[in-house]
Design a protein around this ligand. Structure first.
Ligand code: GTP
Ligand code: SPV
Ligand code: MN
Length: 586
């Protein structure tokens, strides 16, 4: 319990509304009891503790397996402040709609109160929240994904402000599912989902939607970005942030293993964060980043000893698996893309008997996830807990594009980089409900996560660039997902992405050549090291090719997209678009 009167009043108000049988405060200790209760109720399944110590499996409801963007709202007084990329309802209407749903929603259940800290405890970057939930699964996940401890409770005692996160699984009724944000009240109300980004309110709801709104007001940035350090053979570490949409490769890049020729030379990679970055201008005028999270909530399918051996090692202990297949023979788990040996006697993610050798159905849901403490990562950065964060040399944007975007290009300057981020588009994935593989605009990989009008968000990026001046990071765009005429990925990806990062860092240091193309600076085929790859020079040419016709079509669709922001879109971006159009013509 806390002494903070504001917190106490809010919790007792929530208890009066939700009417639980009992209120339990969480300080990160005594979780065994909760686990025991979850095992008893079936909310968790214990895995083989010899093979997977501290690991558990959870199956969510079948209609509750991904972020529900159509049920996610930004509730600002003025609709225009939410902007065209968000669903909107006025705060008064949303509170009216949700209050009856929360009324009595925890009857017969326990209300858990979780004070948590986003960011290292004691960092000036960090922010506090309190999540109220009726789900033990949410409690256990929050205790991995955020800082939950007696120290955090002490911090809360003296805190002026905290984000009020109210969550209830209720009936898990999809028709009454709402993930509502009230940025003007520092509040989040989420009901009828128990899944990931809908329910672990510290993550996307707070650390991106609410935080992006706070960041705009307070002059910093909250971004959907991984943070990595790359150590060169001389022992210097340079830090990069990269924004890719959901299920487009952040966790994999954040933990990559250098290809053999790089490892031999002494290159190393350090993981600071795999999903969210909070960035501020430091006393030296540079951009500094922290990872506000304390764990990884990563995509399971496709994780294996070749693609992401570090993640595979990390998830061998103290991990909660959600929606993967359960191997009944040995009490372990299996998923598509782990190996070629699916279990015959298994239970699929839906809870049905499943024979991996004969079934046409998937054993694991495509958006099945692992929740694992950050410290399990074999390449966690020594700077992970540094309250000051790490200085950023380069920002990378990237999406999933079968054709248009080349393997890599560099923006001409920071403002042009803001344009490059704003015109990002990517194919949708299983991380959100709805169709997969549909190309949609996803500026800065923040379309689903920006808690205010994205026109204002672009203006904020431009403003940050002006403040950073010549200390601003260089900005790049990458695409690991170009396909050939047969639909196969051309670029090997994963660890080999370091080859592209090497060119990026060399550009930042002014040590690499580039050619000026209509879209920005591009490496020539000889500038990317493909030693030891089975990639031909012709394939690399193809990866670096820019199809004028496709880009002209792209310009046309960007115009339509930009128009949706009306006069909230900075004129500077319209100018950059006209400039791109002219360069493509020339
Ligand atoms: P969120 O947690 O949803 O934000 O996703 P993420 O951006 O962290 O994506 P993640 O690294 O989990 O990768 C998602 C999917 O993309 C997995 O199936 C990966 O195997 C695949 N993937 C990641 N990196 C690459 C790559 O370089 N090339 C190819 N072809 N696939 C990749
Ligand atoms: C994403 O979808 O970008 C995720 C998973 O990182 S979730 O927590 O569900 O948002
Ligand atoms: Mn994400």
């Amino acid at each position: 319990m806390t002494n903070n009167l504001k917190v106490k009043q809010w919790v007792s108000w929530a208890a009066d509304l939700c009417k639980p049988d009992e209120v339990v405060w969480i300080d990160g200790e005594g979780l065994d009891e909760l686990r025991a209760a979850a095992l008893k109720s079936g909310e968790l399944i214990m895995l083989n503790q010899d093979l997977l110590p501290g690991c558990y499996l959870h199956r969510s409801a079948i209609n509750d397996v991904a972020r529900a963007e159509d049920k996610t709202f930004i509730c600002t007084t003025d609709e225009a402040d939410a902007g065209p990329t968000n669903n909107w309802m006025s705060p008064a209407d949303m509170y009216d709609k949700l209050t009856p749903l929360f009324d009595g929603s925890m009857r017969g259940r326990t209300m858990y109160v979780i004070p948590f800290c986003m960011g290292p405890v004691g960092s000036p970057f960090s922010k506090l929240g309190v999540e109220i939930t009726d789900s033990i699964y949410v409690v256990l996940n929050m205790c991995i994904m955020t800082r939950v401890s007696k120290d955090v409770v002490k911090m809360l005692d003296g805190a002026e402000d905290f984000v009020k996160c109210l969550h209830c699984t209720a009936e898990l009724d999809i028709d009454k599912r709402f993930i509502s944000h009230f940025p003007e009240d520092n509040a989040i109300w989420s009901i009828n989902s128990g899944y990931g980004g809908n329910a672990l309110l510290g993550k996307k709801c707070f650390a991106l939607r609410i935080a992006s709104y706070q960041a705009k007001k307070e002059g910093w940035m909250a971004e959907h970005m991984l943070i990595i350090g790359i150590e060169n053979p001389q022992g210097q570490v340079r830090y990069i942030c990269a924004a890719f949409p959901s299920a487009c490769g952040k966790t994999n890049l954040a933990m990559l293993i250098p290809p053999e020729i790089y490892a031999k030379k002494g290159y190393k990679l350090w993981c600071v964060g795999d999903d969210i970055a909070w960035l501020r201008i430091g006393p030296d005028g540079r951009l500094w980043a922290i990872n506000p999270e304390n764990g990884y909530f990563g995509v399971v399918p496709g994780t294996n000893a070749q693609t992401n051996p570090n993640a595979l090692k990390a998830i061998g202990t103290n991990t909660i698996y959600t929606n993967v297949a359960y191997n009944e023979e040995d009490g372990t788990v299996w998923w598509e893309g782990l190996d070629d040996n699916p279990p015959e006697k298994a239970i699929d993610w839906k809870g049905n008997p499943w024979n991996g050798k004969t079934s046409q159905e998937k054993g694991a849901h495509p958006n099945s996830r692992f929740t694992v403490p950050a410290t399990n990562c074999p390449v966690i950065s020594p700077e992970f807990e540094n309250p000051g964060g790490v200085p950023i040399d380069a920002i990378i944007f990237g999406g999933r594009r079968a054709k248009t975007a080349p393997l890599v290009y560099q923006a001409r300057d920071f403002a042009h980089g803001v344009f490059v981020g704003s015109i990002m588009a990517s194919e949708t994935t299983a991380a959100q409900t709805g169709a997969v593989g549909v190309t949609r605009p996803d500026s800065m990989a923040m379309k689903p996560f920006c808690g205010y009008n994205m026109g204002d968000y672009f203006a904020h990026w431009l403003e940050m660039g002006k403040k950073l001046g010549d200390k601003a990071p260089e900005i790049f765009n990458v695409n690991w997902f170009r396909v050939d005429d047969d639909g196969n990925f051309i670029w090997p990806g994963f660890g080999d992405n370091l080859r592209v990062l090497e060119w990026i860092l060399a550009r930042c240091a002014g040590e690499a050549e580039a050619a000026l193309a209509p879209i920005g600076h591009m490496p020539r085929a000889g500038d990317i090291n493909i030693e030891g790859l089975s990639l031909s020079a012709g394939q690399l040419e193809e990866l670096l090719s820019v199809d004028k016709g496709l880009w002209q079509a792209e310009v046309a669709s960007i115009k339509e997209y930009y128009k949706t922001f009306g006069d909230r879109l900075p004129k500077e971006l319209w100018d950059k678009l006209a400039d791109l159009e002219a360069r493509l013509e020339a």
